[in-house]
Write a new protein. Structure first.
Length: 615
């Protein structure tokens, strides 16, 4: 029930009760007053007949009493009247049957002790009467002569009582008139109070209705508002607090309208559903993407529109119930017309317990899928070309080696067999041919080992890199001895999952370079490793050699790139670092060099600790 009606009903009830109490007590008071008045008139009538009553009491004869009572009833209109002696004995009564009986009722008892007349209201023969007991004074020492000549003389002791039932009829009329007037007055007061209370309630409730309107707007998402404060009472305080609340909300909360416009302008399809998947809301992109008209949204269930991409793939809603959110799950979306579109789904639970909703955003991955497929195709092609190239390099190198061996052999034979028969010029040319073919052989060998890195796939295993480094150092012992070098391998090199042959070659190439490109009297080489993030080990091979000019720190990793003349620093073809880089790349790693020219170089190699795990 509305507060307005509650207030009005309350006021009405209050007025009715107070008016009823008022009328009741007024009625009682009026009755009391009227009864007293009737009793008074009876006392006056009895007073005017005192002598008759005294005489009757003195004679004690019923007949005398009846005469006096008859005159009394004629004066007063009493329904009954009696003369009662001090001890309650009825001397005479209009109801003659009562003569000689004794009245012992409480009114008589009270009358014995009361100085004046007393009365009460009773019903007599179905009529209301005022039952009144009037004392009759006695006569002081009167002789019969005195009475004859001077009347009864001085009154003294009580002679007895006159008891009469005086009719209420005139009082009733007056009472009715008063009550009627009172009722009219009460009705008028009630109507006025009702009108006033209605007005009062309206004034009080105006603040409430302003608040109610404000709350409705907030519920619609319009937070930036304030209601008018029209009273400075508690309701006014509530309105003030409400305004503070909306101000706070407007500052901290994004309005629903604002949020809606963001959702609508989102390029990705968005669905808001209940926990059962029943769609509650979608954005424009959702309709465009799916081809469905989502009005009314409840007719669609998101669960039915999604399908795992792989056989036995995860069901998104059970995944969501388990983890609370889903990130980038590949699924099929069943669009209108039975089209299956590849999507990436991200979902999260939102809202309070019991009223949970699921916010789902789909990403159309059809283009992504296409480019992925294209990329895979390119990769395949590149791999084919690469392996063809490797195979080509391998065959060419092999095929080249054959005639090269012939050239070397026959030039050697020429040099030895025709040593004295050739003029010096021809001997010099021939020596150059031998040297050039030797270099060509080395180049072909290096080319072969470079091609072998990608052509040969050795099984991967968990290998101690400490052991691989130690083996490389042992293989280089002659060079170490020759250079009087110090090579230190840190004791804590890790075990990693790798191709052991190629990783051994990596250590060999880096350590031999560190020794080769070193002009210090005591070349020093340090091989170490440290953890790099969660996924990688960072190996380092540090020397105190000639260093590398910074502009070449990238160049040196290219095939056949050397920074020095052929003879310097023990010669070489410039394939060593190119091979190392290929090995590192095959292990999904990275290689780079940091150097101080003339002082030192450090080669860093990042290798995943365990290639079986994803970063
Ligand atoms: P090679 O040693 O056969 O010349 P590499 O590919 O191993 O070929 O090295 C390429 C070039 O990089 C070398 O010629 C050299 O100039 C430079 N280099 C490699 N390692 C070092 C090093 N530790 N200190 C200085 N320079 C180096």
């Amino acid at each position: 029930m509305k507060l307005y009606f509650k207030i009005v009903i309350f006021v009405l009830a209050l007025i009715s009760v107070s008016l009823w109490v008022d009328i009741h007590f007024t009625k009682v008071a009026v009755t009391e007053a009227m009864s007293a008045q009737i009793a008074d008139s009876a006392v006056a009538a009895a007073g005017s007949m005192t002598q008759e009553f005294q005489k009757a009491f003195l004679s004690g004869k019923e007949l005398d009493g009846i005469k006096a009572l008859h005159a009394f009833t004629q004066k007063t209109g009493a329904a009954y009247a009696g003369m009662v002696a001090g001890d309650g004995t009825v001397i005479a009564h209009t109801n003659v049957a009562l003569a000689g009986t004794r009245l012992t009722d409480p009114l008589m008892g009270r009358a014995a002790h009361s100085p004046g007349a007393i009365f009460r209201r009773i019903t007599y023969n179905g009529e209301g009467v005022v039952d009144t007991v009037i004392p009759v004074p006695g006569v002081k020492s009167a002789s019969s002569e005195d009475i004859l000549f001077e009347g009864l003389g001085q009154t003294s002791e009580r002679a007895g009582f006159v008891r009469a039932g005086l009719p209420l009829t005139p009082a009733r009329k007056a009472e009715k008139a008063i009550i009627f007037k009172l009722l009219i007055l009460a009705l008028a007061i009630g109507a006025a109070a009702l009108a006033l209370s209605a007005l009062f309630a309206r004034v009080i409730l105006r603040q409430v209705s302003l608040l109610r309107e404000g709350i409705r707007k907030v519920r619609e998402g319009n937070y930036d508002l304030s209601v008018q404060v029209i009273s400075d009472d508690e309701l006014g305080e509530v309105a003030g607090s409400f305004n503070e609340l909306t101000r706070g909300l407007a500052e901290t909360t994004v309005s629903k309208k604002y949020l809606d416009s963001i959702l609508e302008s989102m390029p990705d399809p968005l669905f808001i559903s209940d926990e059962e998947g029943r769609i509650i809301k979608t954005n424009k992109a959702a309709a465009e993407f799916s081809g469905y008209d989502f009005s009314p949204p409840a007719a669609f269930n998101l669960k039915a529109l999604l399908e795992p991409q792989a056989e036995g793939g995860a069901e998104p809603f059970s995944l969501l119930a388990w983890s609370g959110h889903i990130k980038e799950l590949d699924l099929w979306f069943l669009a209108k017309g039975g089209k299956r579109l590849p999507v990436m789904l991200s979902s999260a639970l939102a809202g309070p317990e019991g009223r949970r909703q699921i916010v789902t955003v789909l990403k159309d991955t059809s283009q992504h899928k296409e480019s992925e497929a294209r990329l895979a195709q390119y990769l395949k092609e590149v791999e084919t070309v690469n392996s063809e190239l490797d195979a080509f390099a391998h065959t060419v190198s092999h095929d080249l080696k054959e005639p090269l061996r012939g050239i070397e052999m026959f030039s050697g034979m020429l040099l030895s067999d025709y040593a004295g028969k050739m003029d010096p010029q021809a001997g010099d040319y021939l020596a150059r041919v031998v040297k050039a073919s030797g270099r060509m052989r080395r180049l072909i060998d290096d080319l072969l080992s470079f091609a072998r890195v990608s052509r040969v796939r050795n099984p991967y295993e968990d290998v101690s890199t400490g052991r691989l480094a130690a083996e490389a150092v042992a293989g280089l012992s002659a060079l170490i001895e020759e250079k009087k070098a110090l090579v230190r391998v840190a004791p804590d090199l890790p075990t990693i999952f790798c191709d052991p042959v190629k990783m051994g070659q990596l250590f060999n190439n880096l350590i031999s370079n560190a020794l080769k490109y070193n002009d210090k009297p005591v070349p020093e080489v340090d091989v170490a490793a440290e953890r790099f993030g969660e996924y990688y080990w960072k190996f380092s091979v540090k020397d105190n050699g000639i260093g590398i000019p910074s502009q070449y720190s990238e160049e040196i990793f290219k095939m056949f790139k050397r920074l020095h003349s052929r003879q310097e620093y023990g010669g070489g073809t410039g394939a060593g670092l190119a091979i190392v880089r290929k090995i590192v790349e095959e292990h999904n790693g990275k290689i780079w060099v940091e150097s101080v020219e003339g002082k030192s170089s450090t080669f860093y190699v990042l290798i995943p600790a365990d290639l079986r795990k994803q970063p």
